[in-house]
Design a protein around this ligand. Structure first.
Ligand code: FAD
Length: 469
């Protein structure tokens, strides 16, 4: 079996195959010189600090479960539940309690937060008196369209936009609610409408034992990659980009009863024949590799856009930051963004990063500001520092600065995305023993990637088990 791509999706797929059948010959091919894809942890200011993903949802348990399976149970940690703020007119205002992906379920709390106007609060209080329009099961509006219609402009601009637009570096006007925010889509399908649906979800959760929202890993998210790579051993081949995945029709036809390897994987340095392939590369390279074999899938994959983001991580002496950093960081609403889009106070967020001064990770760039990544290093770090200085009351220069550019780092999910993903999967399945998974398909969060990778591997494995070998 060949897995293309050693990001978390491909590594999870390989883990699934190895676990299902320990003697199965599995080969993982990746174009880069390291495994992990968008996951990278490096040393910074004396600590292991993530350059990409640093936490994952617990409600979707697949990533935490995978960590446990590879022996990282003791390294799972919960980020401090300190809450975050929004930067409005140069001032940090705390997000209120009771947000469900930004949907306010506690209107009194929202009123006290000073984040939206009295008129917006009055509009929300009137919501139960308006005729609800539950989300049709066949409808996939943009996040902006749905939220504006159900909850008004200010909830979009001050709550859901910064939170969801931030995670996706996207444009909520062009962001599929079903793919990017399935919880909001589920709440919006409630007969009483989005607000009541979200309130019911939050009330149901309140009845359960309190559970952390996120987990992180001591040593950084790369600890999971390292454990999965160690499990793979000599089965991982780096600097081996896959150019094409073809079905050898002749072998396919005479395969019955023989040890068939009908898939031909053309990669740098040669050809590998496989019984089946899990494609776990980003959608662009996947489109190229499948152009001949699954042209419909290839065309749809090629149309999925990505956006670039850049992170600048600063270390400061504790004494040079005047703000008390009473949270995990802050976001900037779209209408107030100059360059800085968000800042995560990593040394506050994770207690294992707290010793040795402040670490603040600033981010810039989105679908609405795609040029941020192209700014020269000096300009980028200086402008972000200039924007952070009055907010965090910084009095001295940073002791360390690190710039991480993620070119084409985040897939963008336009409305209707999941229907196109279903068509991609059909086209790939029709082509032969190939399955496909990854952030660009069903969602970019680590648990979703792990779920997809494992499901793609399990599906391929069971399909091949059914056939005579
Ligand atoms: C800055 C940033 C912060 C993030 N923060 C979070 C977070 O806090 N929590 C969270 O849950 N998610 C977060 N994410 C999202 C998450 O990290 C990614 O969605 C996820 O890691 C993607 O995994 P993947 O394996 O699907 O794709 P990738 O990580 O992109 O892996 C794909 C792999 O395929 C390889 N490849 C490419 N072309 C070829 C080819 N032709 N042949 C072979 N191999 C190829 C690449 O080298 C790469 O290793 C963040 C993402 C970014 C960029």
């Amino acid at each position: 079996m060949v897995v293309v791509g050693a990001g978390i999706t491909g590594l999870a797929a390989a883990h699934e195959l190895i676990t299902a059948e320990p003697n199965l010959e599995v080969v993982v091919l990746d174009a880069a010189s390291r495994a992990g894809g968008k996951i990278l942890t490096t040393e910074f200011a004396g600590r292991m600090v993530d350059e990409g993903a640093d936490q994952f949802l617990v409600r979707q348990p697949e990533m935490a479960q995978l960590c446990r399976e590879v022996g990282l149970e003791d390294r799972l940690v919960t980020p401090q539940a300190l809450g975050a703020s929004l930067l409005v007119d140069g001032e940090l205002r705390r997000f209120p309690p009771g947000l469900m992906l930004g949907v306010p379920t506690d209107i009194d709390g929202l009123a006290a937060s000073n984040l939206v106007s009295d008129a917006a609060i009055a509009h929300l209080r009137e919501t139960p008196n308006r005729q609800p329009t539950p989300l049709d099961p066949n409808d996939d509006p943009s996040v902006a369209e749905l939220v504006r219609r159900e909850l008004g402009d200010e909830v979009l601009d001050r709550l859901i936009g910064p939170l969801l637009g931030g995670v996706h570096a996207g444009d909520t006007e062009r962001l599929s609610v079903r793919c990017a925010a399935p919880q909001i889509a589920a709440a919006a399908a409630a007969p009483e409408g989005l607000l009541a649906g979200a309130q019911a979800q939050v009330a149901a959760a309140a009845g359960r034992a309190p559970a952390p929202v996120f987990n992180g890993l001591v040593g950084g998210t790369s600890a999971a990659v390292q454990a999965l790579v160690a499990e793979l051993g000599h089965r991982l081949f780096l600097q081996t980009p896959v150019h094409q995945v073809r079905i050898d029709a002749a072998v396919g036809e005479q395969a019955s009863g023989t040890q068939a390897h009908p898939v031909v994987v053309e990669h740098q340095g040669g050809i590998t024949r496989a019984r089946g392939v899990v494609m776990a590369a980003p959608t662009g390279p996947a489109a190229t590799a499948l152009a001949e074999t699954a042209p419909t899938a290839s065309e749809l994959l090629a149309a999925i856009g990505y956006t670039s983001v850049v992170l600048v991580t600063f270390a400061f002496a504790e004494s040079s930051v005047g703000h008390q950093l009473d949270g995990t960081g802050f976001l900037v609403p779209q209408d107030q963004i100059k360059l800085l889009k968000a800042c995560s106070w990593l040394s506050r967020k994770f207690s294992h990063l707290s010793d040795g001064g402040v670490i603040a990770r600033a981010s810039a760039g989105s679908r609405l500001a795609p040029g941020a990544i192209d700014l020269p290093d000096d300009e980028l770090s200086q402008q972000l520092l200039d924007e952070l200085t009055p907010v965090m009351k910084i009095t001295e220069a940073p002791t360390e600065v690190r710039i991480t550019r993620w070119h084409q780092g985040l897939p963008q999910f336009d409305p209707g995305h999941l229907d196109r993903v279903a068509a991609i999967r059909r086209s790939v399945a029709d082509a032969g023993p190939i399955t496909i998974a990854g952030a660009g398909l069903e969602g970019l969060g680590l648990p979703t990637c792990v779920r997809q990778g494992r499901a793609a591997a399990a599906e391929l494995h069971s399909r091949l088990q059914e056939k005579p070998r």
